[in-house]
Design a protein around this ligand. Sequence first.
Ligand code: FES
Length: 179
Amino acid sequence: MAGATSTAAADAPLAATADRKIVAFCCRECAYAAADASANARTPLPPSVRLVLVPCTGRVSPLHLLSALAEGADGVMVAGCLLGQCHYREGNFNAVDRVAFVQRLLKSVGVEPERCRMFTMSAGEPPKFVAAVREMDRVIVGLPPLPRSAAGETRRASLAGSAAPGASGEPLVAQRGAA
Ligand code: FES
């Protein structure tokens, strides 16, 4: 019974964030495996988080990130292998570039760039995955929700429009080394 109480207490601050939505694009080789291990250990994650399995973070384009924000997410995160340990060699370096690109786009249209973040970890680091998700949740909860009103739709439309120049292309500027 004491265990149930402490579990409920641990879950309480997480439940308060349920109205926010965070989309986490997780590399199958590391972050998703770490998420799986944390789930098997019954480690609670913030209910705001929705996991999206991707083969590699290099598969996540700026359009995926901006579309998620435009369609209802309050934050997006990309979780991949440790730098230098991508199973497809440079996928996570490309992801770092793309996240930086999206952050600049967000800032240019008046949206907080911290709504888009990149995290790296190995498959054997479930606590690091959990910490990353909780950190993202903490940041997003500290921000106002992206508007859901008609004005908000306009703002979201401007976000979606921001994706147009890079919709089929690659990041315009490379900024490697900053995870
Ligand atoms: Fe994990 Fe590329 S395989 S980031």
